[in-house]
Write a protein that binds this ligand. Structure first.
Ligand code: NAP
Length: 495
């Protein structure tokens, strides 16, 4: 049974408030489990779906299906793989509205943002379809007389893929599309909050023509499924997007079989505004970076590091913009910010704000829960001034609509504060001084840096972090290479 069997019924089900009921997708079939997990709409707390929990047994079955399918999929010509991926891309884009509805329903982001996510997610499928035809080795000079050397790139094998809830479509396609292009087969475990989008992608993959077992999506107990994916010798690689704490755990588990890991983990992005910057543009950039998806992205601005000369001007520009942001149900056309993923997130974010308040920071606007007012897990968009490096809001990944200002004078201290975190994912710098562009972008330890640009991710560019923000890159040619083994061959006796 699939969630998108009849895409035309999604809107009706929303109107009827009827439950989605769905199984996991293993070896090309829909497979029931012993138990079910409920899925909630964070905008109102209502149960919207019951999803089969296939647990450890499902994971073992899915690994077996992916292992069998790998033997044939790896031999399918890259041109044929490319065609199937292109078809998947087409089907995803044709189902854009239905997928966007599922995303808004299960994770809360606005319907407009959800549409954007589907297009972003599909772009990795399109890019990987094109890239499938360009995975090749090189010829090598060697010191050995009468010999020739070359490299070939082959698919890694079965890949286990564990994803978070904040981008239910894109976090799957960003891993799966390049892996499938390279000739790998996949076992995907989506977040329990957002299984519907993942299962819909599986149905569309089936329709696109991926052979049975190439794409498997399983839902259920995370440690049990993660245990199978990290310990099975048949799984050659684990790709994980999520928190640093879980990433570290999976890395430890994967060590037992020396499995390759690709980790896209948490962030604590500095957004640096220098005193020569265009402050209105910087304020627009902060709104885009900080309040998109209600601040629940790994690349969201986490600390606004501002030179004192322009700090008051920036605070005023931000306050004016934030006061116009409207939180509300993601399906309402005038909503700018959807809910947080659940009430636990509201409580966590509120604790960060209250700790900053008690430590002497000023709450310029917001700083309160809106759950009782709006009936879901909503929090007011918030601006904090007078932040210090010791505050919880500076040391932790906020993952909510809270912006806090840190006034810092010198370039040296700005670089020091920006790097004063175990994370190193994304950073932003607003300046018009070309010398500052180079000194700052070379001085800060981040995998992705936007200069006068609040969003950096694209299918053609390398996405990933330094330090405890992860290992590896997704996107571009680098994203495909992650899923290949580089093999070196030497042929002697030629001359
Ligand atoms: P999370 O708690 O780490 O969960 C991510 C996934 O891991 C979920 O599917 C979760 O399933 C699973 N998981 C948890 N414990 C596990 C275990 N022991 N074994 C196997 N799987 C396990 O993260 P989240 O709260 O969903 O997402 C937010 C985090 O993701 C933030 O830190 C954010 O920065 C990060 N993120 C990073 C990127 C990036 O590209 N760098 C992109 C998006 C998000 P259960 O919930 O069932 O446990």
């Amino acid at each position: 049974m699939s969630v998108i069997d009849r895409p035309d019924t999604i809107a009706e089900r929303l109107d009827d408030k009827a439950l989605f009921r769905t199984d996991s997708f293993i070896g090309g079939e829909w497979v029931a489990g012993d138990a079910t997990t409920e899925v909630f709409n964070p905008a109102n707390g209502q149960v919207i779906a019951e999803v089969a929990d296939v647990g450890e047994a499902g994971a073992i079955k899915a690994v077996a299906a992916a292992t069998a399918a790998f033997e044939t999929w790896k031999k399918v010509s890259p041109f044929e793989r490319s065609k199937i991926l292109m078809k998947w891309n087409q089907l995803i884009l044709e189902a854009q509205s239905d997928l966007a509805k599922l995303i808004t329903l299960e994770m809360g982001k606005t319907y407009r943002e959800a549409h954007g996510e589907v297009v972003y997610g599909a772009s990795f499928v399109e890019w990987s379809a094109e890239e499938a035809k360009r995975i090749h080795g090189e010829t090598l000079d060697t010191p050995f007389p009468g010999s020739r050397g070359w490299t070939i790139r082959q698919p890694v094998g079965v890949v286990g893929c564990i994803t978070p809830w904040n981008f239910p479509v894109a976090m799957i396609t960003r891993k799966c599309a390049p892996a499938l292009a390279a000739g790998c087969t996949m076992v995907i475990k989506p977040a329990p909050e957002t299984p519907l989008s993942a299962l819909a992608l599986a149905e569309l993959a089936k329709r696109a023509g991926f052979p049975d077992g190439v794409v498997n999506v399983i839902c259920g107990d995370a440690p049990a499924i993660g245990g199978v994916l990290t310990s099975s010798p048949d799984v050659r690689m684990v790709g994980f997007t999520g928190s640093t704490a879980v990433g570290k755990l999976l890395m430890k588990q994967a060590a037992s079989t020396v499995k390759r890991v690709a980790l896209e983990l948490g962030g604590n992005a500095p957004f640096i505004v220098m005193d020569d910057a265009d402050i209105e543009k910087a304020a627009d950039g902060i709104i885009a970076s900080k309040f998109r998806v209600s601040g629940q992205t790994c690349v969201s601005a986490n600390r606004l590091i501002v030179q004192p000369k322009v700090a008051d001007q920036l605070v005023a520009a931000l306050e004016a913009r934030i006061s116009k942001l409207k939180p509300g149900d993601g399906f309402a056309s005038d909503s700018d910010l959807g809910p947080l993923i659940h009430m636990g997130a509201v409580e966590r974010v509120d604790a960060l704000v209250q700790q900053a308040r008690e430590a002497g920071a000023k709450i310029v606007t917001g700083g309160k829960r809106l759950d009782s007012e709006l009936g879901g897990s909503f929090y007011a968009p918030t601006l904090i001034d007078g932040g210090t490096a010791a505050m919880d809001v500076a040391c932790n990944e906020i993952f909510g609509p809270i912006a806090s200002i840190y006034r810092v004078e010198t370039e040296e201290d700005i670089i020091k504060l920006a790097n004063d975190t175990p994370y190193g994912l994304a950073a932003y710098i607003y300046t018009r001084d070309v010398g500052r562009v180079h000194r700052l972008s070379e001085g800060i330890e981040y995998g992705m840096i936007g200069i006068n640009a609040p969003m950096v991710g694209a299918a053609s560019t390398p996405f990933g972090g330094m330090k405890e923000s992860g290992i590896g890159r997704e996107g571009g040619k680098w994203g495909v290479e992650e899923f290949t083994e580089l093999k070196y061959v030497l042929l002697g006796g030629v001359d």
